[in-house]
Design a protein around this ligand. Structure first.
Ligand SMILES: [Zn+2]
Ligand SMILES: [Zn+2]
Length: 365
């Protein structure tokens, strides 16, 4: 079939909005009509050349839509199912999958810009086009592996559901799945974009006491307050580490870094009290290095852990978060600062880069 997609041919060049060909789903794959896709910073890392990825490529990893067609052997999805895309589609039978850590799945050799069989379904004028994270949802339709489309209840609005697929899961899961904070914990969150707001929201749901939001932009700190932050620190007005240590009399139990910057990762570590845990959620450019005093780790028993996609078990967590939203206990609407059409996607990314929005969403219907 033919459809409209945003294609990245070269880093630091605008995405081309053009008509491309999409093959039918093969064995174990499904065709999803995309209803909405979130404008996330991870795609922007690829656009700027900070993360390498074969090109041309259709980006987009935070999507929701409706299954149109299923390939042979698909048993868990049917046409008409409403789904959130899971950008860590997994094999289901490697060690990581079996122990319940599907995000770490290493059971498929093909790179995550190909389907499981190592080929692509996207083409244009005889040229193959890659699928970012096997989701490629900056397009009207996407073919994804069965495990990459998680069914949700049909009364969930899809323009909100898409954000559960990355920012909500990543931010909230860092608190509830990765760190598993205890009620009453003091928490600091550095970076209050879409994922950071959900880290704050997760800390609130998990019963944190103090939730300290740190950012350089006052508009983001206002969002943080709305999502549950108890204290706001503009890191541009003085020493954020000293301020956090002062507010908490020695440091927080958990510090979440949600930017992906070596400088703020070290700040997060320094904001932790003795015995505390620093959780790295932010995704840095791929060659960045952090330097931390080696002796301070054993002497203070502070832990540094990474959190990838909120340590998600997507087939369990994405429907659970959907239920939480429908019950009125999960905020998504205030995150959506504005919506766009697919042909405005380059402007959407300029707005994201300027820090003007919490999150914005591309609508297809
Ligand atoms: Zn994302
Ligand atoms: Zn696996």
């Amino acid at each position: 079939m033919e459809m409209k997609a945003a294609v990245l041919y070269e880093a630091n060049k605008p995405l081309a909005i053009e008509t491309v060909e999409l093959d039918d789903p093969k064995d174990g794959e499904v065709l999803v009509r995309i209803a909405a896709a979130g404008v996330c910073y991870s795609d922007y890392h690829v656009m700027k050349g900070e993360w390498s990825m074969p090109k041309p490529v259709v980006l987009g990893h935070e999507g929701a839509g409706i299954v149109e067609k299923v390939g042979a052997g698909v048993t868990r999805l049917s046409p008409g199912d409403h789904v959130i895309l899971n950008f860590r589609a997994n094999c289901g039978h490697c060690d990581h999958c079996i122990v319940g850590r599907p995000v770490l799945c290493d059971g498929i050799e093909a790179g995550r810009v190909f389907m499981f069989d190592g080929t692509v379904r996207l083409h244009r004028n005889g040229q193959d086009i890659h699928h970012m994270t096997r989701t490629a949802c900056f397009a009207e339709y996407a073919v994804v592996p069965e495990s990459g489309a998680v069914p949700i209840r049909s009364d969930m609005p899809l323009d909100k559901a898409c954000l559960i697929g990355c920012s909500v899961m990543t931010g909230l899961g860092a608190v509830t799945n990765t760190a598993r904070i205890e009620a009453g914990s003091d928490v600091a969150v550095i970076g209050c974009g879409g994922v950071g707001l959900n880290t704050i929201q997760g800390a609130l749901l998990a019963g944190a006491d103090r939730i300290i939001a740190v950012d350089l932009l006052d508009n983001k700190l206002e969002y943080a307050k709305e999502f549950g932050a108890t204290d706001l620190i503009n890191a541009g007005n003085g020493d954020a580490v000293a301020r956090v240590r002062e507010l908490t009399k020695g440091g927080v139990d958990y510090a979440f870094e949600v930017i992906g910057n070596p400088k703020t990762i070290i700040q997060a570590y320094e904001m932790c009290r003795i015995g505390g845990t620093t959780v790295i959620v932010g995704m840095a450019p791929e060659n960045d290095i952090i330097e931390i005093n080696a002796l301070s780790l054993p002497r203070t028993e502070r832990a540094i852990v990474g959190s990838w996609y909120g340590s998600a078990r997507p087939w369990v967590d994405l429907p659970k978060l959907t239920d939480l939203y429908m019950r009125g206990r999960l905020k998504i609407d205030p995150m959506i600062s504005r919506t766009w059409r697919l042909d405005e996607i380059n402007e959407a990314y300029q707005t994201l880069a300027a820090g003007d929005v919490a999150r914005s969403v591309i609508l297809f219907d």
